[in-house]
Design a protein around this ligand. Structure first.
Ligand SMILES: *[C@@H]1O[C@H](CO)[C@@H](O)[C@H](O)[C@H]1NC(C)=O
Length: 149
């Protein structure tokens, strides 16, 4: 599977739809600053994530550091307990970000949030981090979602 191709496909699908800014909380973006978070589709908040579907995430942020790499780490926080949430492409440099990341520059991180059929029908908080070379967060965002059938 060519993950680079996967991201390009996601990008072109995204271009056809329109994005919804979501309310998010910053959970410690020590190496950058988040400007905007879009989830698509998400016509009402908290975002309703249908099982078996995939959601486009677009995080607009600026970096406060230089970094060769960027790695995404996603958790679903259920009743305060963070549970790893697998995403198809961990490498942020393959998801809209031209690496090496430059200090003071703005970027769009574009990825997909796949919702598996076996997930329970619950409300949870998604915590999405993008880590730099030193494992500090270029961004860390949190937003509530509801998994629906
Ligand atoms: C991501 O969001 C930014 C800011 O709204 C927008 O300019 C850009 O076109 C979006 N990218 C995609 C692929 O949706």
């Amino acid at each position: 599977m060519d993950f680079r191709l996967l991201c390009v496909i996601s990008l072109s699908v995204l271009a056809l739809a329109y994005a919804e800014p979501v309310k998010f909380a910053d959970c410690g973006s020590s190496s950058g600053k988040v400007v905007l978070v879009d989830i698509n589709p998400c016509p009402k908040q908290p975002c309703q994530l249908h099982k078996g579907q995939s959601y486009a995430v677009n995080v607009t942020f600026s970096s406060a550091v230089e970094s060769q790499t960027s790695k995404a780490v996603v958790h679903g926080v259920i009743a305060g307990v963070p549970i790893p949430f697998p995403i198809p492409v961990e490498d942020g440099c393959k998801c809209g970000i031209a690496c090496p990341i430059q200090k003071g520059k703005g970027y769009n991180y574009i990825n997909q949030l796949p919702v598996k059929n076996e997930y329970p029908l619950i409300k949870l908080v998604v915590e999405w981090e993008l880590r730099d070379d030193s494992s500090n967060d270029l961004f860390c965002i949190k937003f509530p979602v509801q998994i629906v059938s």
